[in-house]
Design a protein around this ligand. Sequence first.
Ligand code: SAM
Ligand code: SF4
Length: 379
Amino acid sequence: MPRIAHAELLHWLREEDPAALEQLFARADAVRRAHVGDDIHLRGLIEISSFCVRQCHYCGLRAAHSMPRYRMSRDEILAGARKAVELGFGTIVLQSGEDFGIEAAWLAEIIRTIKNETPLAITLSLGERLPDELRLWRDAGADRYLLRFETSDPALYAAIHPRRGSAVSDRVELLRILRELGYEIGSGVMVGIPGQTYEMLARDIMLFESLDLDMVGIGPFLAHPETPLGAPGISTAGHDPKSIDQVPSSEWMVLKAIALTRLVCPQANVPSTTALATINTLDGREHGLQSGANVFMPILTPAPYRQMYQIYPGKACIDEDALQCNHCLRDRIENLGRSVGTGPGGRFTRTPSHSVPTLRSQPRFAPQKNAPSPLVVLH
Ligand code: SAM
Ligand code: SF4
């Protein structure tokens, strides 16, 4: 049985009363504290290649977009890993477009070297690769894999994420394969994709729970003008976004989705994303951390490349170097009275450490038992 029923998720996604939402965010923050503690884990993001064979309608790296591309060398990736250790990070995330120029054996050797020479956990985010390749990387020591399913709605998914030739694109099935291979698995969605309705977003959150995700990444959809979804007033899957129940890609909406995700996946690692920081450069990151998130992913990609990894325009922090970014994030964490996590920071499985207060003034969220619980009932 789901922790929060679909109707209730829908209610909260539509809620606009600031006082009620403050209670939702406070409740998610308390569940976060009880289940994963006050540590914020830093994952150094190394964007190892901008080549991509896919044509995702939302993404600036899509194959049809002509722009200079790069693929980092072995030495550059290893230097990035050493930098992560130097800066005190416990994990690196190796991310790229779906680039089959990244040969499986070549990357496996790099993974083995990093695991032999450093204490880092390694997360991969390389798109839809073959099960044999995923197994090779897991055997080489990779710990986690991020693959957002983007939307749980089959029609919207098909409209924005075209198949590659005749190959089926089933990210949910790939997540199951990744789990069987022994990876910690992460997924997520963009909030405010043209054509995304409140019903769909509520089902996305239910799918996070039923997949029992170890990591969940949620950020706003940010229109890239040189992609099919970047045109103003774009319609998707035959719908006019003005006439459907379109979810906005606002900060508020992202925070609601993060908070509800924390309630249904209390032990998951949930980042306060760069995309969220992009729509509110001042304190979007902090708002994410105060609504249920417990991870930051500072960009470690070397300067000449990070400008070329333009998933969407105006990406926060790409003009800062790794050192500046590290200082800035640590200051933000300290100012919130939270601590920087040490070690790999994998999924928490321990018993909750604190009791979670219930909501007071308008008890829309009431725990079903006295024990700390993310369960909520709508009154
Ligand atoms: N290629 C891999 C993949 O697709 O899983 C990893 C890299 S891809 C750039 C990482 C994530 O960026 C995607 O899963 C998607 O959710 C997000 N993304 C792409 N375009 C975006 C946009 N216009 N606005 C916000 N997020 C976007
Ligand atoms: Fe390629 Fe990933 Fe962008 Fe899709 S989202 S175009 S797979 S980089």
